[in-house]
Design a protein around this ligand. Structure first.
Ligand code: ATP
Ligand code: MG
Length: 691
């Protein structure tokens, strides 16, 4: 079934309608006042309107979203209006996926076979590791130490994003006078050149290539996109330079660009996103019609008030107006807990309370806990688990499923119980000890045949036994592994803490270096998870809790996929989304702003991040902070984030300490905010009161 404009236009406000029905030619910049004023809804509806009213063919539109998830959601909504068959034909997705589609179809024009493969970071690192030794062999030891694969990959990526080819880099190198610097650059361009050659040999493109080749294709063959009549882009405030160049090329033929964005929500500056693209667009696509959406349909007045108070403290920001269309509703809760553990229990209790008193209006699926960074999720997960509240982690793994957490858990399990074979197999070669799949299979085979545990076999091998044929390097690896685990087991028997055991293991096996080698820019975040794992005490209790967490997770996966669960997500991954109930734990200095932010720009980006978090909430928002938090084995004192301390002092009425009573009036209000039917008894009550 399809819907005609007459059916959906009346539900829009005037500014939204102007945006949706604006001429199909010409450019449009739709800016929300601070907050969420239905930008995505406008973009989606405009696509439908362009197709239906202006008779534009689906193949003539390009729609860019910030994530694949957002693209899928938009497709779903559009299917209801224009039908699934039309939606199928739309070019809709992230910048990367749009480029992939053009390249698959037209890559031949730039000598790119259409069956190219996409190399992820691990593939790219593997290539560099392969080519590095021969290039570095003639260089100094210092340079060998400095030029690690990860660093090289980052340098190459930077070059690529500023469109610098290996030969450009070489030309620059030739001009450098300092001999040391020149030698360093020479090594780099050789790696860069060979790396490109290797990718080409495998017929592979890395992520940077996807955008660059896309750019290259469109520069040389504009006719590829000559049919495009309008380009529509969501979350435009977070586009970077390369992406903007792409936009200009795709929209070149028609000059028609429709973007929606909100400068107050630019939170990807750390990845080179550039808010200035909003101004560039005004020049590059002149004349640009600007439309401001000033009515907020998502959140209650109270939530909007708190969010605005936070973002308004940024004095560099351009003030804009925004009004809530919903009633004030329940005040935002600002809760202070003595420890992170108490904070998490508080959240679990509040969730239970809300769901129980909402009269069936909200369930666990309506609740999100939004975190500044992934490691904060552990305490919350455990608390939810204890209260029997189901949850899922978005845009990543739940704490106990993360690779580094599993690695260390496996060490701990093997320390606790030598016969735990799956723990053994997970870590015998982590970090790499030259024991590939084949050797591990042999070890397991011998164990099975002789009725030993895999651990027994390793112990024998370490002592020099020949039950499995090993090279001397492999044997050395096994010996070190056995030594580490045995030593830690001794410590555990002496009653040393989990934190000490983790430290011992990490130090003996150089686990942090392993993360840096294999995880690149993610290493820091992953190391924080390891530190987080240390904030616990007795080994047995700890293993019991963590096993429980993983066990129920596997059950969950098998259970009904539609089960309504609490969403755990980083704020970054929650961009553009909304929930009836939102919790933001860790509202502390050092978390918001993240302790490594320094410059005013970075601090302001952190402030906007808190603003984005609060504006995800429709009906209830609870901000919480803890007076102490464990990082690694140390407890540190924490204070309320400066983003809230002044605000809460200046506007004491904006916040309350606990959730207020949820009575019939609140329920009716909430039903309206959520666009759901109010519980019928409440309606009856209201009617009686109205008489
Ligand atoms: P964000 O900046 O967070 O991405 P946004 O500006 O894209 O937000 P939307 O997600 O499009 O906002 O809309 C927010 C909510 O408001 C949605 O639930 C949407 O359905 C609703 N909404 C938007 N416009 C209207 C309207 N005219 N009438 C009723 N509800 C609306
Ligand atoms: Mg949006």
């Amino acid at each position: 079934g399809t819907l005609q404009p007459a059916a959906y236009l009346p539900s829009l406000n005037k500014a939204q309608r102007t945006a949706v029905t604006a001429p199909s030619t010409g450019s449009l910049q739709i800016l929300a006042g601070p907050g969420s004023a239905g930008k995505t809804k406008v973009l989606t509806t405009r696509v439908a309107y362009l197709l239906q009213q202006y008779k534009i063919e689906p193949e003539e539109l390009v729609v860019v979203t910030f994530t694949n998830k957002a693209a899928n959601e938009m497709k779903l909504r559009l299917s209801v209006i224009v039908g699934a068959a039309t939606v199928e034909k739309l070019m809709m997705g992230t910048f990367h996926s749009v480029c992939v589609r053009y390249l698959r179809k037209y890559g031949k024009l730039i000598n790119l076979p259409n069956n190219f493969i996409i190399a992820d970071r691990d593939d790219c690192l593997a290539i560099i590791k392969r080519i590095l030794p021969s290039i570095l062999s003639s260089h100094s030891d210092d340079l060998k130490k400095e030029l690690k694969p990860n660093l090289l990959l980052d340098v190459i990526s930077k070059c690529k994003s500023s469109e610098m080819s290996p030969s450009d880099y070489r030309a620059q190198q030739a001009k450098v006078e300092n001999e040391g610097a020149r030698e360093r650059m020479e090594a780099i361009w050789r790696v860069y050149e060979d790396y490109e050659a290797e990718l080409a040999k495998d017929n592979a493109l890395d992520f940077d290539d996807l955008l660059l080749r896309g750019l290259n294709l469109l520069q040389r063959f504009p006719r590829v996109v000559s049919k495009v009549k309008n380009v529509l882009i969501d979350e435009f405030q977070d586009t970077n330079g390369t992406q903007y160049s792409l936009v200009k090329l795709i929209a070149k033929a028609s000059g028609s660009l429709t973007i929606v964005g909100d400068p107050d929500q630019s939170i990807y500056g750390w990845r080179n996103a550039d808010v200035e693209n909003l101004e560039k667009m005004v020049n590059d696509f002149a004349p640009v019609q600007q439309i401001y959406l000033e009515e907020n349909y998502r959140s209650t007045g109270a939530i909007l008030g708190a969010a605005l108070a936070v973002v308004r403290q940024d004095t560099t920001r351009i003030p804009k107006s925004l009004t809530a269309t919903h009633p004030t509703g329940s005040s935002v809760v600002l809760h202070c807990a003595p420890t992170a553990f108490d904070e998490a229990s508080f959240i679990a209790a509040q969730i239970k309370h809300l769901v129980a008193h909402s009269g069936g209006l909200v369930d666990y699926g309506d609740v999100a806990v939004l975190l500044r960074y992934g490691a904060l999720s552990r305490v919350v997960e455990v608390a939810l688990q204890k209260s029997g509240i189901p949850s899922r982690m978005v845009g990543g793994h739940k704490f106990f499923e993360r690779a580094e957490v599993k690695d260390l858990l496996s060490y701990l399990q093997l320390i606790d119980n030598p016969s735990y074979t799956s723990a053994f197999t997970r870590i015998i070669n982590v970090p790499k000890r030259g024991l590939g799949e084949k050797s591990v299979k042999e070890i397991l085979g011998v164990a099975k045949k002789k009725g030993w545990t895999a651990w027994d076999v390793a112990v024998k091998l370490a002592k020099g036994s020949g039950v499995v044929g090993l090279t001397s390097a492999q044997r050395k690896g096994v010996r070190e592994f056995v030594k580490t685990v045995s030593e830690a087991r001794g410590w555990a028997e002496e009653g040393k803490s989990v934190s000490d055991l983790i430290d011992l293991v990490c130090e003996n096996v150089a686990y942090r270096a392993h993360l840096e080698k294999t995880q690149g820019p993610d290493a820091q975040e992953r190391w924080m998870n390891v530190e987080e794992l240390k904030s616990t005490n007795a080994l047995r209790t700890f293993l019991a809790v963590s096993m429980l967490a993983t066990d129920t997770e596997t059950q969950d996966a098998k259970a009904d996929k539609l089960e309504r669960k609490v969403t755990l997500s980083t704020v970054h991954a929650a961009k553009g989304l909304e929930w009836a109930v939102v919790f933001v734990p860790g509202c502390e200095n050092g978390v918001f702003p993240f302790y490594r932010s320094e410059s005013p720009n970075e601090i302001n980006e952190e402030r906007r991040l808190l603003y984005v978090a609060i504006t995800r909430a429709q009906g209830f928002c609870t901000l919480s902070h803890s007076m102490s938090r464990m990082t690694g084995a140390t407890v540190s004192k924490k204070e309320l984030t400066p983003f809230l301390s002044t605000v809460s002092k200046t506007y004491p009425t904006l916040f309350v300490k606990r959730l207020q009573k949820i009575g019939p009036t609140t329920r009716v209000e909430m039903a309206r905010v959520l666009g759901r039917p109010a519980p019928s008894e409440e309606l009856a009550l209201q009617l009686i009161q109205a008489q």
